[in-house]
Design a protein around this ligand. Structure first.
Ligand SMILES: NC(=O)c1ccc[n+]([C@@H]2O[C@H](COP(=O)([O-])OP(=O)(O)OC[C@H]3O[C@@H](n4cnc5c(N)ncnc54)[C@H](OP(=O)(O)O)[C@@H]3O)[C@@H](O)[C@H]2O)c1
Length: 258
């Protein structure tokens, strides 16, 4: 049985562990590092809690790294890595070369899951892609394998967009409540409208532009709203926000700041 370890057990690791535990059939052995949410989750789910990180690493095959980015290299340095180990880093902005140096001779891959892993609904980007890890990530949602690290950094902007979309959903809920809807109905409507929009584009074969054109009929409500958003430069603002996040990932400052 594959032995999986989590080094750094905070918000993201908790979501991933909950995702793994949704189906306990053929579940690999899971062990957790001792800090953060580790003791609480080990007790709640009956998982192994390591006393120290060196014991955690020596007793495992695949190690998920989910410390804050600025703690990542210190956390994996001077541990008993073997060539058979796979280190899977979820730490935003921490480059492969630094991880490989600190965890030599282990093989290293980078992933970027979302907290929707807890629901089995996280699109998880990966580079490079190791076949041993793919089935594990697939338990958390669709896996998107990328071809190089530059593509991976671009794709990591989506992890920030995930939060912006939740913020937009909150805005939509607040607007609907201010205009008379009940908070629960407004929350469900705002959230499931985003889910519906995403599913149409993810699951239908038509080009995105065709799907939008089908909605934005001349003189209709979608067209009117898109025009107002354009007057407020919302599309430019969105692109500028994506550019700013990518720049932060590329200049290394995402790795220094949590
Ligand atoms: N949160 C998300 O939605 C999300 C999504 C995608 C990727 N990520 C990435 O996931 C990583 C973790 O984010 P997070 O939000 O889960 O952070 P978090 O809640 O702060 O969790 C990080 C955990 O790592 C622990 N830790 C630090 N150094 C350690 C060490 N040497 N040994 C054992 N444990 C150690 C911390 O313990 P202490 O509290 O004791 O310091 C803390 O419990 C980040 O690198 C982030 O870029 C996060």
């Amino acid at each position: 049985m594959t032995r999986i370890a989590f080094l750094g057990v905070g918000h993201l690791a908790e979501a991933m562990i909950e995702g793994f535990l949704r189906d306990r059939q053929e579940l690999p052995h899971l062990a957790l590092s001792p800090r953060g949410h580790g003791p609480k989750l080990a007790k709640r789910h009956g998982l192994e809690l390591a006393e120290r990180n060196d014991a955690l690493v020596s007793g495992s095959d695949i190690v998920f790294l989910a410390t804050r980015p600025g703690d990542a290299i210190a956390a994996i340095s001077n541990l008993p890595w073997r060539p058979e180990h796979i280190l899977v880093s979820a730490c935003a902005g921490v480059p492969l070369a630094q991880l490989e140096r600190a965890a030599a001779p282990a093989r290293v891959m980078r992933i970027m899951p979302l907290t929707a892993a807890s629901l089995g609904a996280s699109p998880t980007t990966a580079f490079p892609s190791f076949p041993e890890v793919h089935p594990l990530l697939a338990r958390l949602g669709p896996v998107i394998a990328l071809e190089n690290e530059a593509q991976f950094e671009t794709a990591t902007v989506s992890a920030a967009i995930y939060g912006w979309v939740q913020s937009l959903i909150g805005l939509g809920r607040d607007w609907s409540v201010a205009h008379g809807m009940s908070p629960e109905a407004a929350r469900q409507l705002a959230a499931t409208t985003f889910v519906a929009a995403g599913r149409m584009i993810a699951e239908r074969p038509e080009p995105v532009e065709t799907l939008i054109a089908n909605l934005a009929t001349p003189g209709g409500i979608t067209e009117r709203g898109l025009a107002v958003l354009s007057e407020h430069s919302v599309q430019e603002g969105w692109t500028a926000a994506c550019d700013a996040v990518l720049a932060k990932l590329m200049d290394g400052s995402a790795g220094r700041c949590p």
